[in-house]
Design a protein around this ligand. Structure first.
Ligand code: AMP
Length: 446
């Protein structure tokens, strides 16, 4: 299928062409017709699937289509509101709105905290069509009566699961109350945890359901591997990998802000240009770090989970987990930064013996063993014990019950994944230079 078959206006098709895209991704193919038709939508899609364009493109069309109920009136109060969990995601959604909408004449704005409020006030006064916002800053504007939500015709909740994780649910409800009752609602989430479902039930009316990746399903094109190494050796092992393989554009994940700062400093000292991205950095520093990383000035961006949420970089080749996350779902989010929209990517985890539980939980969630190896010269002290094989899955009940959420198709999807399981095997060590000491990949279930 081509974008030209979706019924989007010429101005939008032109902008899509300028981005170099001609084929809609699966989420776009499935979601765009529903959004164009004005229906509510409940979409299960991770970052990296092309979900932003899946709602931005049809909403731009509806705002500029004179035959649509959202037809152009003068730019005054916003008619589309996109709520997102983080400032980075707000900036990125705005970037997409502006790129795809550049020939439509529509006005858009992102409001988020951490930056001065005055430029936002001025832009709101001038009038806008599409408002992208984080809940906290939008509430500030609502309290100061500097934003008018009475003309909202479509409300988008993007990354709804993460909004819950970050405690935004009350704010969201307050914002929703101030929008007109008659409106279109679109909800995007990477997971359908029970609280997300409940929100969906209270907000969406007779929604179309669209699903392109299950909870816990890593992007299929991501080759995953583990290098077993002592905690004390991780920094040196990572430096070695950078130097030996001339890595560039690597997104490195740490668990803590302090850890991210320390690692970034160490990389810099060794001539590997990097920046740390975390919540303690000013918005300007974060924006600059991201821009430098995207333009290739930085070889590494060292990030914490929350700060990295929503990072959108075309064809990011490699994600490194310097430490495994405590929450296994975060692993799936992390590796979703690579292998996007059809390009392949690599996710490498440096795993020390004290992370065996986290690794086991991740393997249970993704229902697959990740192949592991050691890096010559950095063998863990107790190699045999450093990463024991995950125990057999005790019971599929809790994860599977939550994962299935009443949906069908899991078996089929897992079946498809097993074919790609070999991508995560010893072949990966070509990039890491590590010899596979043990090698296990593929499906444990089915
Ligand atoms: P998202 O899931 O919205 O974060 O998008 C992931 C990445 O895919 C972004 O870098 C988009 O620019 C890119 N993208 C979106 N739609 C397409 C498409 N139809 N073809 C190729 N790449 C796309």
């Amino acid at each position: 299928m081509l974008f030209t078959e979706l019924g989007l206006s010429a101005a939008i098709l032109r902008a899509i062409g300028e981005q170099g895209y001609d084929t809609p991704t699966p989420i776009q193919q499935q979601a765009i017709p529903h959004v164009l038709a004005g229906r509510d939508l409940e979409a299960l899609a991770q970052t990296g699937t092309g979900k932003t364009a899946a709602f931005v493109l049809p909403l731009l069309h509806r705002l500029t289509d004179t035959t649509s109920p959202l037809q152009r009136i003068t730019h005054t109060a916003p008619r589309v509101l996109v709520l997102v969990p983080t400032r980075e995601l707000a900036a990125q959604v705005l970037e997409s709105v502006r790129a795809y909408g550049k020939h439509t004449g529509l006005r858009s704005l992102a409001v988020f905290g951490g930056v001065g409020i005055n430029p936002q006030l001025q832009a709101l006064r001038r009038g806008i069509d599409i408002l992208v916002a984080t809940p906290g800053r939008l509430l500030d504007h609502m309290q100061q009566r500097t934003v008018d939500l009475s003309k909202i015709q479509t409300l988008v909740l993007d990354e709804a699961d993460r909004m819950f994780d970050m405690g935004f649910i009350r704010d969201i409800r307050k914002i929703v109350e101030r929008c007109p009752k008659e409106r279109q609602n679109l909800l995007f989430s990477a997971t359908f945890a029970p609280e997300v479902r409940e929100l969906a039930h209270t907000i969406l009316k007779n929604p179309a359901l669209v699903e392109v990746a299950r909870r816990g399903t890593p992007a299929e094109l991501v080759a995953q591997s583990v290098i077993r190494v002592d905690q004390s050796q991780k920094k040196e092992a990572l430096l070695h990998l950078f130097q030996a393989h001339g890595w560039h554009q690597v997104l490195v994940f740490c668990r803590t802000k302090h850890g991210a700062d320390a690692l970034s400093k160490r990389l810099d000292q060794s001539g590997i240009r990097s920046a740390a991205l975390h919540g303690n950095k000013s918005q300007n520093a974060r924006t600059r770090a991201l821009a430098d990383f995207k333009s290739g000035k930085l070889a590494a961006l060292v990030a914490t989970d929350i700060a990295a949420r929503g990072i959108d970089i075309d064809s990011l080749p490699r994600v490194v987990n310097f430490e495994l996350p405590n929450v296994p779902e975060d692993y799936v989010h992390r590796i979703g930064r690579t292998g996007r929209a059809g390009s392949s990517g690599e996710a490498l985890s440096l795993v020390s013996s004290d992370e065996r539980i986290q690794l086991r939980d991740i393997e249970r969630l993704i229902k697959r063993d990740i192949s592991s190896s050691v890096l010559p010269g950095f063998e863990p002290t107790n190699a045999r014990e450093s990463v024991p094989r995950a125990a057999p899955h005790p019971s599929r009940k809790p994860a599977a019950a939550r994962a299935s959420s009443g949906r069908s198709g899991e078996g089929q999807r897992n079946g498809q994944r097993s074919g790609g399981g070999g991508r995560g095997d010893g072949a990966r060590t070509g990039t890491g230079g590590a010899k596979p000491a043990s090698h296990h990949s593929g499906q444990r279930h089915r």
